[in-house]
Design a protein around this ligand. Structure first.
Ligand SMILES: Cc1cc2nc3c(=O)[nH]c(=O)nc-3n(C[C@H](O)[C@H](O)[C@H](O)COP(=O)(O)OP(=O)(O)OC[C@H]3O[C@@H](n4cnc5c(N)ncnc54)[C@H](O)[C@@H]3O)c2cc1C
Length: 293
């Protein structure tokens, strides 16, 4: 199938892009890497009247560390994240996660801004943003807003962005000592969207977590920051403690059922991910020895 007829404008500046979005409202769509927008248009899931191509806007590109913040421009491509020494040094969770986003051809064009604005609940990057306590910076003709990642994702393909807003960049806090991360997803083939996945960021002191952010994806309508993780902080974790947290996680999740997996399968996979994450980050193989779920 082909997309419905549409007009195309190449934005010459951020101000120009905002002017176009302001004038056309929800009849316009921003084009970044086109890896999600174009398939959706070709399938006629959406039929915008105007495409605003922001691909030439250099100020939306780039990765920089300023003081305690890593700033990543919205047009930064997946492949740039994957190869960035700054990201590897300050947000290794992202470096690890990005290898699971689709395939090289898609990573060569897809952008972080596009992935976050698209808000597929099975996507890796939204969950990483939640785990990393990112701030998402958006701009409209009325000014700039800074939105905590946890408040940005509102549902399946739904975010806090309004039609006249452009996602400009994300900022991640860096420089925490004793930080550790874990990433894993279950997918039919490497590069497929996940059936269930976990992006985790933690602070470890000796044999205990002092902070544990478990952001699950593909198990709800948006990334889920598990409240059950609080049961694993500031205490020595025994198999019984982990079992209780695991049960609380299963209660907390409300996964969708689809052709890939039932809701109970997704709950089970999430519990497996939690157990593996805790065992790996604490170096406690005994916690992942099986026998409890
Ligand atoms: C075969 C295939 C497999 C894939 N597998 C995965 C996968 O495993 N995991 C995964 O996470 N993704 C996957 N993707 C999606 C891919 O990562 C996309 O690149 C990404 O989701 C969108 O980025 P983009 O730059 O291409 O955005 P676009 O397609 O250009 O835009 C996507 C949406 O975001 C909006 N948008 C884009 N940029 C902005 C902005 N700066 N401000 C406001 N709105 C904006 C657009 O209007 C559109 O609604 C896959 C895609 C394909 C085709």
């Amino acid at each position: 199938m082909k997309a419905s007829a549409f007009s195309y404008a190449r934005a010459t500046s951020v101000a120009n892009a905002l002017e176009l979005l302001g004038a056309h409202g929800d009849r316009a769509k921003v084009l970044s890497g086109g890896q999600s927008l174009m398939p959706a248009m070709n399938l006629r899931l959406i039929s915008p009247e105007l495409i605003v191509d922001i691909g030439e806007l250099a100020e939306l590109r780039g990765i920089a560390v300023n003081g305690g913040t890593l700033r990543i421009g919205a047009l930064t491509r997946h492949v740039d994240l994957q190869r960035s020494p700054e990201v590897a040094a300050h947000a290794p969770l992202l470096t690890e996660a990005i290898a699971h986003v689709a395939h090289p051809a898609i990573r060569n064009r897809g952008t972080i801004g596009g992935s976050l604005a698209h808000a597929d609940p099975a996507s890796e990057l939204p969950a990483c943003m939640v785990a990393l306590s990112a701030t998402i910076i958006v701009r409209s003709p009325k000014g700039e807003r800074r939105i905590a990642a946890g408040d940005f994702f509102r549902g399946i393909y739904e975010t806090a962005l309004s039609p006249d807003e452009l996602l400009m960049a994300v900022e991640l806090p860096v420089g925490r000592t004793n930080s550790a991360h874990f990433f894993h997803e279950f997918a039919r083939r490497h590069g497929d969207y996940a059936i269930a996945g976990l992006a985790a960021q933690a602070m470890v002191n000796g044999d205990a977590f002092t902070d544990l952010r478990l952001a699950f994806f593909a198990v709800g309508d948006r990334p889920v920051l598990a409240k059950a993780a609080n049961q694993l902080v500031n205490l020595s974790i025994s198999p019984a403690v982990l079992s209780e947290a695991s049960a609380a996680l299963a209660e907390e999740l409300d996964p969708q059922e689809d052709l890939q997996a039932s809701a109970s399968m997704r709950r089970h996979l999430a519990k497996v991910l939690m157990r593996r994450c805790v065992a790996t980050l604490l170096g406690r193989a005994d916690l992942d020895a099986g026998g409890f779920a």
